[in-house]
Design a protein around this ligand. Structure first.
Ligand code: GDP
Ligand code: MG
Length: 443
C-alpha cells in the first residue's frame, strides 16, 4: 500500500521533466532580464550555466508550465546566491565598543547612511558616536553634524587639519570616556578608486581596531558598483555592503553581482534621502526585483498552495473510498501528520475549510509522534483479516490487540472509535465536494 500511495504522490509532482530545450529557452529570457537589471556579464554567464545544470531533468510542478518551472528554479538560485537570510551587523559582546568604518566612493551615500545606521543602533538601545573623518570637504563635516543632530546622536569632529587616523584614535578615547558603545567612522571618498583613499582607510585600520568595514555603493552606478566592491575588498577587506539609492528605477542587479564577486553579505539597502529610509536587505525581495518577473513569481507561489490542495484532495479521495480499512487509515494519518494535521488538510480543501475542528480526530503535533507509534503498534497487532474488515473487531480480539501492542484496551477502543468516525465523515464527503471541479481553472 505504501508503495501505491507513494506513486500517487509522485505522479502528482511529475507532469513531466524539464528537457534541455525547455531550460535553454527559458534561460534565454532570464539572461536578458539579468543583463537588463545590470547584473555583471560574467556573473550572468556563470549563473545561467549553473541553473541549466541544475534544472534539466527536474520534475515540473503541478500548475506550472516548463518555462515557469525554470523561473522558479532561477528565483530560488538567486535568493541562495544573495544569502538565504538577512544579515545583521555584528556587534561586540557586552559593553565593548564596536567600531564600524564606512567606506565607498564620493557620493555613494556614506555620510547619509552613517546617520541612518546611528538611528538603527539607537533604537536597539546603543549609544552611537559618529566620527567625521572626511577632512577634505568642510561641507562633509557640517553634513554629518546636521544629520547627527537630527538623529539625536553625538558627532565627534576635529575640523580639517588632522589626519583621519588620528581623528579616529581621538574619537576612541572620547567614546571610552563618554560611554559610547558603537563608533561609526564616516570617511572620505574619491570620485574613482585611488591609492590615496585606500592608503587612508588602511591607516585608520592600523591605528584603531575596526570591527566592521562596511562598503557603501550606489545602486545607480550599476556595473561600476561591482568593480568598486571588488577593489575595496581586495585592498582593505570589507565585511558587508550597503546598497543605496534603490528607491530609484534601477533593478539593482549590482546587489547580486556584489555578493557573487566579493562573497560579502548585503546588510541594508538605502531607499531614500530621509534618515529613516534604510531597510534590512531581504534576498527574496531583491531576487524578485532583479528578475523583474513579479507576476510569474506570484503565480509560482500560488502553485505551491495548489499542489498542497491537490495532495489534500487525493487524500480525502482515498479516505472516502469504499472499503477504507485500518491500513489506509494508518497511511493517511501518517501523510496527514506530514501536512500539518487533518484540520489543516481540510482547511486546504475548497468548501471544506469550516469543517475541521473538534469533531475530526486530530493528531496534535507534539504528542503526534508517540501517538502515531502506538497507533502503528495497534494496527500491526491486528491480523490481516481484522485490518481489512474493521467490523470484525470484538472485545476478545481487541483484548488480544491491546496486549500485543502493549497498550490499555481503552486505547484500542478509542482508536477504533476514531477510525469509525473518520470513515463516517469520509462517507459524507462526496456530496459536499461537488463544487470542486472548477477549482483547477485558475491558471
Ligand atoms: P557620501 O559622499 O558617500 O558621503 O554620500 P552622501 O551621504 O553625501 O550622499 C550623496 C547624496 O546621495 C546625497 O544627496 C544623499 O541625500 C543621497 N542619498 C544617499 N542615500 C540615498 C538613498 O538611499 N536614496 C536616495 N534617493 N538618495 C540617497
Ligand atoms: Mg560623505
Amino acid at each position: 500500500l505504501s508503495a501505491k500511495l507513494q506513486n500517487v504522490f509522485k505522479n502528482l509532482r511529475s507532469k513531466g521533466r524539464l528537457t534541455e530545450d525547455d531550460v535553454k529557452a527559458a534561460l534565454r529570457e532570464v539572461k536578458m532580464a539579468l543583463l537588463e537589471a545590470d547584473v555583471n556579464f560574467k556573473v550572468v554567464k556563470g549563473f545561467v550555466k549553473d541553473v541549466q545544470e541544475r534544472a534539466v531533468g527536474q520534475d515540473v510542478m503541478n500548475g506550472l508550465n516548463p518555462g515557469q518551472m525554470v523561473i522558479k528554479i532561477v528565483n530560488e538560485e538567486l535568493v541562495r546566491l544573495m544569502g538565504s537570510d538577512t544579515t545583521e551587523i555584528e556587534l561586540q559582546p557586552g559593553s565593548a565598543i564596536t567600531v564600524i568604518m564606512m567606506a565607498g566612493l564620493q557620493g555613494a551615500g556614506k555620510t547619509t547612511t552613517t546617520a541612518k545606521l546611528a538611528g538603527k543602533f539607537k533604537l536597539k538601545g546603543k549609544k552611537p558616536l559618529l566620527v567625521a573623518c572626511d577632512v577634505y570637504r568642510p561641507a562633509a563635516i557640517k553634513q554629518l553634524q546636521i544629520n547627527g543632530e537630527k538623529q539625536g546622536v553625538e558627532v565627534f569632529s576635529m575640523g580639517e587639519n588632522h589626519k583621519p587616523a588620528n581623528i579616529a584614535r581621538a574619537a576612541m578615547e572620547h567614546a571610552q570616556k563618554n560611554g559610547n558603545n558603537v563608533v561609526i567612522l564616516d570617511t572620505a571618498g574619491r570620485l574613482h578608486i585611488d591609492e590615496d583613499m585606500m592608503a587612508e582607510l588602511q591607516e585608520i585600520k592600523e591605528t584603531v581596531t575596526v570591527h566592521q568595514t562596511i562598503l557603501v555603493v550606489d545602486a545607480m552606478t550599476g556595473q561600476d558598483a561591482v568593480n568598486v566592491a571588488s577593489s575595496f575588498n581586495e585592498k582593505i577587506g570589507i565585511d558587508g555592503v550597503i546598497v543605496t539609492k534603490l528607491d530609484g528605477d534601477t533593478r539593482g542587479g549590482a546587489a547580486l553581482s556584489i555578493k557573487a564577486v566579493t562573497g560579502r553579505p548585503i546588510l541594508y539597502v538605502g531607499m531614500g534621502e530621509k534618515l529613516s529610509d534604510l531597510e534590512q536587505f531581504y534576498p527574496d525581495r531583491m531576487a524578485s526585483r532583479i528578475l523583474g518577473m513579479g507576476d510569474v513569481l506570484t503565480l509560482i507561489e500560488k502553485a505551491g498552495v495548489e499542489m498542497d490542495e491537490e495532495k489534500a484532495r487525493q487524500m480525502t479521495e482515498k479516505m472516502k473510498k469504499a472499503g477504507f480499512d485500518f491500513e489506509d487509515y494508518l497511511e493517511s494519518m501518517k501523510q496527514m501528520e506530514n501536512m500539518g494535521g487533518l484540520s489543516s488538510v481540510m482547511g486546504m480543501m475548497p468548501g471544506l475549510g469550516g469543517m475541521g475542528g473538534g469533531k475530526m480526530p486530530e493528531i496534535d503535533s507534539e504528542a503526534g509522534e508517540k501517538q502515531m507509534a502506538r497507533m502503528e503498534a495497534m494496527i500491526h497487532s491486528m491480523t490481516v483479516e481484522e485490518r481489512q474488515n474493521p467490523d470484525k473487531l470484538n472485545p476478545s480480539r481487541k483484548h488480544r490487540i491491546a496486549k500485543g501492542a502493549g497498550v490499555d484496551i481503552s486505547e484500542v477502543n478509542r482508536m477504533v472509535k476514531q477510525f469509525n468516525e473518520s470513515r463516517k465523515m469520509m462517507k459524507k464527503l462526496p456530496g459536499m465536494m461537488g463544487g470542486m471541479g472548477g477549482k483547477k481553472g485558475r491558471f
